[in-house]
Design a protein around this ligand. Structure first.
Ligand code: WT7
Length: 647
């Protein structure tokens, strides 16, 4: 098998002409362009002969007759190439201890975990849920699934028992990796106890085994026969597990994300196409070199942690930091202190983190980045939400010392990797703009009928041609996949769900925000319907609820809920107390990230005569704007005054 893939030093794109040449190559022969890259960046057990198959569009297939293994591509091939002693992961715990893991060691840990899966009867195509803290073992659990061809579904450790149960059930998972507890911000937080609650009363009959990584040693309950310690099962296992060679289209993972309905959707990704784009974007967007220390601060529970922690950097044989903790512990200088300590060269984080660290540095001068040696940095990245120009400037000056390009990467859970982004050494930057499409990505802005709109005019963001790392389907719901992403009126274009506008002179893209009922709070995606369902699930108290987003200085958007109770409308302290109860209720139903920042109580909600809630009015009220819109179709205009004020 070929272990030939570009040495990192040759992978970067040198200048705008090189970028344009790649775009031209893709335009001229789209299939051959992606096939060339798939041969260069990945090692195939059996080479593919077909690139794109669009016979069953929009269920596209890429490289379908090729065989490969994702874990082989991320681990074995580097060891075989004599790079086994290179550091793969520099892991830092919440309390500041460091553990370095080489490629050889990561391959052994992964193999043993893969052998554990096999010993429990997990087979190719089975679903495995991973509910683990940020850890070497968390990454290895993902790699272990890939190694045996099991399809993983990582659930973020901040999700509630109810959310975890929904995902286990929807995926039909047979096996679950978790930990006793997670250590974050100096506190031990439960994981296993939440798993126990999720599985209560035989609610997940497909799930046979719960395997527990011992992180804190805290006391936990134990269900004999179902629960096993990871270290005990790993003890007897061999250091090597033969990779299971899978078809390029084999589902590598499901990742649940929010849409416009109450039910999160299981976004299904492939093995070959997905890994290609994870590796390619890590190489081109971050210009990753052998000498780099890469740090993506995301959690493996989100797609960013999949593509830019678990897969992309490892596929390239890079060295990366994996961090267990939070940016504000022991103080808000933690990121800067870690960049200094590990000599991080490429740093990738979210605007919400930057904004909160700006605030912190303004109040506590000791945690300002200027107190740290950040001279190792050469590239900065931003992801998850628009970065406002003020935060961009601060990041550029105070973290990047005015010398590091910032890559503002626009993409989504569904896209698998970067779609629109500057490339370092190529794209002149423009604060607040994600600039130009990644070479080969046919991003465009159209009207409701799929017609191109001129630059300078806002519209709907679409991708005109399929690309290798795109979502394959929604697990168990192909109809919903078609309806959500390939609506008939859009000429077969992929609908991203965002609005965008291109600059009239430069053609640069700026994302103007979601055009559906999806909110972005601290870079976390949440459906308004999901939060509404959680609120009305409190059947004792809540009669009706409507949730909207409003702009927030730190979190980007904040959740504002308008609630009608089954009892009379509360005021004063009583309103505060009930609001608190409901916030905690939502945290329990979905997770703390879904807690509304504000809850306003009304006798009713603004509705049209046909009973439809007028959300645009609620959005204006949440922002504190006077309602200037036409309210003549409103059944009950008087309600607006009541809802305009906080309780
Ligand atoms: C939504 C996708 C991208 C991985 C993490 C979030 C918004 C993402 C940007 C950006 C403006 C952005 C979009 C998108 N978004 N990156 N650079 N500029 N908006 O993935 O949870 O699937 O959310 O995040 O609205 O649709 P996700």
């Amino acid at each position: 098998m070929s272990t030939l893939y570009p040495p990192l030093s040759q992978a970067r794109i040198q200048g705008m002409p090189a970028y344009q040449a790649l775009c031209a190559e893709a335009d001229a022969d789209y299939g051959s362009y992606w096939a060339r890259l798939a041969r260069e960046f990945l090692s195939w057990k059996r080479p593919f002969t077909k690139s794109l198959n669009d016979a069953e569009a929009p269920f596209f297939k890429w490289f379908e007759d090729g065989l490969l293994n994702v874990s082989y591509n991320c681990l074995d091939r580097h060891v075989e190439a004599g790079r086994g002693d290179r550091t793969a992961i520099i892991f830092e715990t919440d309390d500041g201890q460091t553990r370095k893991v080489s490629y050889r060691e990561l391959m052994a840990i992964t193999s043993r975990m893969a052998n554990v899966l096999k010993s429990r009867g997990v087979k190719k195509g089975d679903r495995v849920v991973i509910y683990m803290p940020m850890s070497v073992e968390g990454v290895a659990a993902m790699q272990a699934c890939a190694r045996i061809g099991a399809t993983h579904s990582v659930v973020f450790g901040g999700f509630s028992a109810q959310s975890l149960r929904d995902r286990i059930q929807d995926a039909g998972a047979v096996f679950l990796f978790t930990a006793d507890e997670q250590q974050r911000g100096g506190k031990a937080l439960p994981l296993k106890a939440i798993v126990d609650e999720a599985l209560e009363g035989g609610s997940c009959p497909t799930l046979k085994d719960v395997v527990v990584y011992r992180r804190t040693g805290g006391t936990i309950n134990w269900v004999a026969g179902r629960d096993h310690w990871l270290h005990e099962l790993m003890d007897g296992q061999a250091d090597y597990c033969e990779p299971e060679w899978v078809e390029a289209e084999h589902p590598l993972f499901l990742l649940y994300t929010s849409g416009s309905t109450g039910k999160p959707k299981g976004v299904q990704h492939s093995s070959g196409g997905y890994l290609l784009h994870a590796a390619l974007t890590t190489s081109w967007t971050f210009d990753l070199q052998d000498s780099d220390v890469f740090w993506c601060t995301a959690d493996i529970g989100w797609v960013t942690g999949h593509s830019y922690i678990a897969y992309g950097p490892l596929a390239l044989g890079g060295t990366e930091v994996v961090f267990e903790g939070v940016p504000t512990f022991p103080d808000a200088g933690r990121f800067w202190q870690m960049i200094q300590k590990h000599k991080v060269t490429v740093f990738y984080t979210a605007p919400t983190a930057i904004r909160s660290l700006i605030k912190a540095a303004e109040t506590v001068p000791a945690v300002h980045p200027k107190n740290y040696d950040l001279s190792s940095l050469r590239i900065l990245g931003s992801v998850g939400e628009p970065i406002n120009p003020a935060a961009w400037e601060w990041y550029h000056q105070n973290v990047g010392g005015g010398r590091c390009p910032i890559v503002d990467t626009f993409w989504q859970t569904e896209t698998g990797g970067h779609m629109i982004t500057p490339l370092p050494g190529v794209t002149p930057m423009a604060p607040g703009s994600c600039t130009l499409p990644f070479p080969g990505i046919q991003a465009a802005i159209v009207d409701e009928l799929g017609n191109d709109v001129p630059n300078g005019t806002g519209g709907i963001l679409v991708v005109k041609k399929p690309w290798p790392s795109m979502i394959r389907t929604i697990w168990g719901d192909p109809e919903r996949f078609k309806k959500s992403y390939y609506p008939e009126e859009l000429k077969g274009y992929y609908l991203a769900g965002d609005g965008a506008i291109r600059n009239a002179e430069t053609g640069y893209f700026t994302i103007t925000g979601r055009i559906d009922d999806v909110l972005n709070v601290s870079g976390h995606r949440m459906g308004t319907m999901e939060i509404e369902s959680a609120l009305v699930a409190h059947t004792e108290l809540v009669a009706e609820a409507a949730v909207v987003g409003r702009p927030d200085d730190v979190t980007g958007e904040a959740i504002c809920a308008f609630v009608v109770l089954k009892r009379s409308r509360p005021t004063g302290d009583e309103a505060k107390q009930i609001a608190n109860e409901l916030r905690n209720w939502v945290a329990k139903e979905i997770g703390p990230i879904a807690k509304p920042k504000e809850i306003r109580f009304g006798d009713n909600l603004p509705k049209t005569r046909s009973g439809k809630i007028m959300r645009r009015l609620l959005r204006a009220l949440a922002k504190g704007e006077a309602v200037t819109q036409d309210t003549s179709t409103l059944e009950n205009p008087a309600i607006l005054d009541q809802l305009a004020k906080a309780n």
